[in-house]
Write a new protein. Structure first.
Length: 259
């Protein structure tokens, strides 16, 4: 394959990858606590291929584009009031901790519910952890209140003389570095290799009962970027096609000297 085709193909692969990321962002516009992604590109200089072959030793290395990584925007999403007492939005720092079959995972999705065993769980059924483990309610509990620091209390049941009480405090953590967490699927995060999390103290927690954090994806920006990437891909495809046509015309002319 000729060099121009190789360079063009590397750019097409990168654009296709970027388009997939943009499409995923748009598909999760209404996903609670979702964090948008962006592709990180890097120049790759070929150690062997050259863009000229007639000046031995003076040829320039071919430059390709490489989608090196996918970066996640961990910025705050807007808080939306729902009025649901089991919805909790995070204002500022921190991630909720949930228990999954693969171990502890972290999320900004505070849309919770109570399962048949009385445990506070995510929509996927993963138990939400407090400072001392899973948070469990009694059948007679009512009037669930979650304070700004994550403390959960309930109102007692007068019919059964059950007193009011505390049910724990939501555990919130943050990574020891800005990029300590990476996406693990299902709107969850996991620790990168070698990274750690630390528990946030009550003074550093700002929770809002009856709110959820919306996706931090900006629709207008993503749509504009999708149009830009699509146009770039189309223009590149047309350029490669024109080059191929010139090559075919040249071969046809050289193969027919009489013409």
């Amino acid at each position: 394959m000729e060099n121009i085709s190789l360079v063009g193909l590397s750019r097409q692969v990168a654009l296709r990858r970027e388009l997939d990321v943009i499409a995923n962002n748009l598909a999760n516009l209404n996903t609670t606590g979702f964090k948008g992604d962006a592709v990180v590109f890097e120049e790759f200089i070929s150690p062997t291929a050259n863009d000229q072959t007639f000046q031995r030793g003076a040829d320039r290395r071919l430059s390709f584009v490489w989608d090196r990584a996918t970066a996640t925007n961990l910025g705050q999403g807007p808080l939306e009031q729902t009025g649901n007492g089991l919805d909790v939005g995070i204002g500022g720092r921190g991630y909720f901790v949930v228990r999954t079959p693969e171990g502890e995972r972290y999320t900004r999705n505070g849309s919770f519910e109570i399962n048949a065993q009385g445990q506070l769980v995510t929509k996927q059924g993963y138990p939400v952890l407090g400072d001392t483990g899973p948070i469990t309610f009694d059948q007679a509990d009512s009037g669930i209140t979650i304070t700004r620091d994550g403390t959960i209390s309930v109102i007692g049941n007068n019919a059964t003389n059950q007193p009011a009480g505390l049910r724990g405090r939501l555990r919130l953590v943050e990574g020891n570095t800005p990029r300590a967490l990476e996406k693990a699927g299902d709107n969850l995060f996991q620790l990168r290799a070698g990274a750690q999390v630390t528990n946030l103290t009550p003074a550093n927690v700002d929770l809002r009962q009856g709110y959820i954090e919306k996706s931090n994806v900006t629709p207008v920006v993503e749509m504009s970027r999708m149009i830009e990437v699509t146009r770039a891909y189309t223009a590149l495809s047309a350029s490669i096609e024109r080059h191929d046509q010139l090559r075919r015309d040249a071969i046809r002319s050289l193969g027919n000297p009489a013409s």
